[in-house]
Write a protein that binds this ligand. Structure first.
Ligand code: SF4
Length: 117
């Protein structure tokens, strides 16, 4: 893993673990051991990707940014009813296999949003 990827992963983990309280940019830079310039670039990149929200806050008399994770916990609700969970063909199911998730009707129906009206 490259230095950049490992730094990204550490940063994302710290921001995620900060939860709803978020974390001040400056605190994150300290924890990561990077300069504010490098850290700001990192935060902007995360914001562009949509994984982090930057909120401007007044901190100790100065404007700064607080970072909040936009990732959510995956819950069992998100896979409830997925046909793969009870499929007897799962061992044979892979791309270009005997069964193929790309062309599976059951999976496609489950993934297709149902009309509510
Ligand atoms: S994609 Fe279809 S065939 Fe494959 S495991 Fe899921 S339900 Fe079974």
């Amino acid at each position: 893993m490259s230095h950049k990827n490992s730094l990204d992963q550490r940063a994302i983990k710290i921001i995620f673990e900060a939860g709803d309280d978020g974390i001040m940019q400056s605190e994150l830079w300290k924890e990561l051991g990077v300069s504010s310039r490098e850290g700001s670039r990192l935060a902007l990149r995360f914001e562009e990707k949509g994984s982090v929200e930057r909120r401007k806050v007044l901190h100790e008399g100065r404007w700064s940014y607080k970072l909040f994770s936009k990732r959510e916990f995956v819950t069992m609700n998100s896979i409830e009813g997925c046909p793969c969970m009870i499929c007897t063909d799962i061992e044979k199911c892979f791309e270009s296999g005997i069964r193929d998730p790309v062309s599976c009707q059951e999976l496609t129906s489950w993934l297709t949003p149902r009309k509510t009206d």
